[in-house]
Design a protein around this ligand. Structure first.
Ligand SMILES: [Zn+2]
Ligand SMILES: [Zn+2]
Length: 275
């Protein structure tokens, strides 16, 4: 039986109305304070001209100024970090950030892009259009892109490395225990662990009602642990009411996969804590 879980009083994967979040940055700060958080990191989607929900480049200075204003206003109450979530296929930001999250939301195929996490319908349509309905080929391309991002990035955190399972918790699109899926997934988990970067246990799809469990799932997480990887719990929050959504389940999952510790940010530096 598990003893009491240690849950982080922080989250550094958060979105506001600067990109596709529902609340202002200050509303998010107030919600974080109400939860007793010591740290809140903002990680808007960096500019990607193929993605309407990303933050346009000309709003980036305003975003940065607002987070820095809030950082000064709430100094002594909470540490506010200025971060960004970079989509692998987009150009790098010209600005420096406290930290960065590298994520794959799109995959390039036959000169076009398909979106991994827009909707279940769009994922099914991508499988049909680009892979003759073969989800295992789609997943292989997805993981190949994630592997490329891990090898090429300088970001601190690897965002949701099993996002392709977002709409497939019921396993009715494909079977994540099938070797055609598991092979590329575990290769990706191994690379993520050996990169030394923090690997997210991401609960974002739980808040949105798509899943009951975080991603990556047990198979990938166990491989991350076996290969010496480090994990961070992230709510990928798009709504102030969900800042710590699913954290208890994520910590439980981490423990079940053999992790004794996880990492969280304090004053712009990741620190290890016992789970
Ligand atoms: Zn993302
Ligand atoms: Zn995100």
């Amino acid at each position: 039986m598990n003893t009491r879980l240690n849950l982080p009083k922080s989250n550094v994967h958060s979105h506001t109305t600067f990109s596709d979040g529902r609340n202002s940055a200050e509303d998010m700060v107030r919600a974080a304070l109400a939860l007793g958080f010591h740290t809140l990191g903002f990680s808007e989607h960096g500019c990607a001209d193929y993605d309407d929900s990303a933050m346009p480049l000309d709003r980036e200075p305003e975003y940065r100024a607002e987070v820095l204003r809030l950082r000064a206003k709430y100094a002594g109450q909470i540490d506010l970090l200025l971060g960004c979530e970079h989509d692998w296929l987009s150009p790098p930001s010209p600005y420096a950030y406290d930290y960065a999250i590298e994520s794959v939301h799109y995959v390039r195929k036959d000169g076009a892009l398909w979106c991994v996490d827009w909707s279940r319908e769009k994922l099914v349509a991508a499988a049909r259009e680009f892979y003759d309905g073969d989800f295992y080929r789609l997943c292989r391309d997805y993981f190949r892109t994630v592997c490329e991002s891990i090898e090429g990035t300088s970001a601190d955190i690897l965002g949701h490395i099993e996002l392709v399972m977002k709409f497939n918790e019921a396993r009715d699109l494909f079977d994540d225990a099938d070797p055609r899926y598991l092979g590329p997934a575990l290769e990706c988990a191994e690379l993520a662990a050996r990169s030394g970067r923090l690997v997210e246990i991401n609960t974002g799809a739980i808040a949105k009602g798509y899943r009951t469990q975080p991603t990556p799932g047990p198979a990938m997480l166990k491989r991350v642990r076996e290969c010496g990887g480090r994990v961070i719990l992230s709510s990928d929050c798009h709504d102030r009411d969900h800042l710590d959504c699913g954290f208890a389940g994520a910590a439980e999952l981490a423990r079940a996969c053999g992790f004794k510790t996880a990492w969280e940010y304090r004053r712009a530096e990741p620190v290890e804590y016992p789970l």
